[in-house]
Ligand binder design. Sequence first.
Ligand SMILES: Cc1ncc(COP(=O)(O)O)c(C=O)c1O
Length: 468
Amino acid sequence: MPELLSVQQAEELDVGQVHEMYRRYINRSQVTLMTSFGFGWELVDHAEGAYLYLRDGRKVLDITGGVGVLNHGHNHPRILAARMRFQERRRMEVHKTYFSPYLAALGHNLAQVLPGDLTRSFLPNSGAEAVENAVKLAYKYHGGRRNTILRADISFHGKLLGSGGLTGSAQHRFSYPTIPGIVTFRYDDLDSVRAAVRAHRKDVYALIVEPFSASTMQWCSEEFLRGVRELCTEEDIVLIFDEIYTGWGKTGSLFYFMRYPGLVPDVLTTSKSFGGGKSSISAYIAREPIFRKAYDNLADAMVQSTSTTYYGFGEETATAIEAINIAIEDDYPARARALERVLGPGLERLQKKYPDEIADVRGCGALWGVFLSGGPRLLDLAGKLSPLRDPQLRPKLVACAVIDALYRDHDIYAYYTLNGRSPMVIGPPLVAEPEEMERVLDALDAVLAQGMPRLLTRFIRERVSSLW
Ligand SMILES: Cc1ncc(COP(=O)(O)O)c(C=O)c1O
């Protein structure tokens, strides 16, 4: 008999044993890298709402928002109840030849909350799958006669072969093969889109863009979004808005693009908080005429639903139904705006107070990037010489030093993005209260008051020195 661990034994592993098993069975370097940057030294016992409860008894305010997954916070009681209801009634998880009432209701809900004729849903699991299926839909819409797809130089669309190729912001030095025909335009620059369309006249089948780029904290102007909408309509190009991160209220409107009345993409992608923080489910939602032309015929009717085993599973879809109901009933966009009213002016105040430490603050709703600066230039050279070969090491170290101090001294957990200028992200769940954001601002104030040299020295001495 193989010596297998039970779930209970897994729960009883200590942090040292977990690291050791990661080293042996997952990835040795992942453990070295994470722990060297101050992460991964404790295990979480449980999580509820905006808080993590660590094994050592600490209660940590989680302002990462689960990188977009946790608008509902950890283990929202209504999400848990919906899942338990599904389990207690022994509902069926999967069968392709029985229709699912949950899938039907979820499709209905999506059509109710989205504008225009965005009514046809496809429901795989990850964001990258939603993106790639949206691209396939656009390609099929044109019957394979067009071969160019436009993407922005600033973009993150996932890491599979297709979505990874569509991702314009280089996060990794290694490039994988991808789909053909990818052409880049400058983010938020309509002339650049026009030029790309002109250069590939009648060959562009789709344009994909994030109206708000959560990994860089940049966003498209209303003029740009309405301009691409008009251009795509004129040229019969399928316009895809990727709101996988920014959906379900995060930026202060249900989806970022919905702050502009009458603006409707041809396809919208969503994931992350769509699953209520519990289920891995994503979706594209297409305008009815686009979907009808691509797949609504007997020959192609099963193409989408058979494109993955994990399509519209029972408990995932039941969870997403509840997630949408909560986001609407509890008015998540309004909750994000309430957090913005504290974070916006508060972060601006801190930027004025610490001009050397905070180069920039950008964001809206419950999604803010704090672009930290400072630290000796020597670190740029050290970055290039380190085993990481990372010219961005200085901004990353500066962000990590601040994140580490917030975590260790104030029990607040933030993160930074690997894209662009690596801002520290304050992206609390929408169940967090404005008073908790006051606490975050006070803590950040206290951390920055120590000065970057001191923060960096402590961080490098206690956390990073093992890298060299
Ligand atoms: C805008 C956007 N698109 C696509 C993705 C990819 O989603 P996933 O990681 O679930 O494949 C992400 C993930 O962060 C994202 O933020």
